[in-house]
Design a protein around this ligand. Structure first.
Ligand code: NAP
Length: 312
């Protein structure tokens, strides 16, 4: 019986050539993990997961699967029938797959989006478990600051999908004194506040327009950029141009991973703030999916090195 983690050669990690030079031929025992999205061609997930599979000598393959919105239910059912270990889910299917799951993690339920599907096998029966690993991936880099963050005032720029995962993560982990969404479209933020109300017992979530956000920015212990503002190639853009509002008792976390040092982070560093970029979150949310598919921790240093090789 083939095991999903069956090693090809030694499972011991050893110095190896770049992924592009590592020969890997899928065979009859290769187990697949997919990425359901539309489009998927530019995703970094195949590089991340295949680097990890190769580094650990596993007979697994991660494949990007473009799935049009009308076909998503069929594609999810196909994960079961084709023997996939599971999949990631990306735009535009993260909400659509939610009702197709047999069980959901607390994170997926709270955020209202699934980015990871695990095919759980029990004999001939396969059930689908939906998770949202953005929550764990976002929180992990904050763990050294947990003491400073407990009950602290916090602010998120943006109210989209990532902001939803961030807001739930902060509410459920740090019990913030206040959690301000600084936004340009209050209606979208109102939906987020309504949907996360069950996790906001203290009623700390509030919305301010970007134009009125200066006092909240100055008061926040943690600032998170969950907008694409500042992303490559618009590297001179920032969600908060008033760098004088930052201070050395703040942590500024930008979810953007290209460039690693956004203008927001450069400005915050110049004011003495601690800064965190989005690359760690990108890798750690992938690691939180990986371990659920193969019960083995991702070699994150190898993944980081592979991402550096391609310019991240
Ligand atoms: P999204 O659902 O499209 O939401 C984007 C948010 O940014 C919305 O609230 C949008 O406001 C706001 N926004 C966009 N342009 C703006 C501007 N010029 N000024 C002010 N606000 C603006 O996107 P998402 O999925 O949440 O992703 C947000 C960012 O997080 C992206 O850069 C993404 O790459 C990054 N991200 C990183 C990771 C990671 O692992 N590091 C994971 C997830 C996301 P409106 O509602 O007004 O449009």
């Amino acid at each position: 019986m083939a095991s999903s983690n069956m090693a090809k050669g030694s499972a011991k990690e050893s110095p190896s050539p770049p992924l592009s030079l590592s020969p890997f031929l899928p065979d009859g025992e290769t187990r697949l993990v997919g990425l359901l999205g539309y489009p998927v061609a530019h995703s970094l997930s195949p590089l991340i997961h295949n680097t990890a599979f190769r580094a650990q000598g596993l007979n697994n393959l991660y494949v990007a699967l473009p799935v049009a919105p009308a076909d998503v239910a069929e594609a999810v059912a196909g994960l079961k029938t084709l023997g996939f270990l599971g999949s990631n889910v990306t735009i535009p299917h993260k909400q659509a797959v939610l009702p197709l799951m047999d069980a959901l993690s607390a994170e997926a339920q709270a955020v209202g989006a699934v980015n990871t599907i695990v095919c759980r096998r029990d004999g001939d029966t396969v059930t689908l478990y939906g998770d949202n690993t953005d929550v764990a991936g976002f929180l992990e880099p904050l763990s050294p600051f947990a003491g400073a963050l407990h009950s602290a005032p916090m602010l998120i720029f943006g109210a989209g999908g990532a902001a939803r995962a961030v807001a739930y993560a902060l509410l459920s982990t740090f019990a913030p004194r206040s959690l301000t969404l600084a936004v340009r479209t209050p209606a979208r933020a109102e939906n987020l506040v309504r949907d996360l109300a069950p996790y906001d017992a203290g009623g700390v979530l509030r919305i301010v327009s970007l134009a009125d956000a200066a006092p909240s920015v100055r008061a926040a212990r943690l600032l998170v950029n969950a907008t694409p503002v500042g992303m490559h190639p618009h590297t001179d853009a920032t969600p908060w141009p008033d760098a004088a509002d930052f201070s050395d008792d703040q942590i500024v976390y930008d979810l953007i991973y290209k460039p690693e040092q956004t203008r927001l982070l450069r400005d915050a560093t110049a004011c003495g703030a601690h800064t965190l970029g989005g690359l760690a979150m990108l890798i750690l949310q992938a690691a939180a999916s990986y371990i659920q598919w193969i019960s083995q921790a991702m070699p994150v240093d190898r993944v980081r090195a592979a991402l550096r090789e391609v310019g991240f």
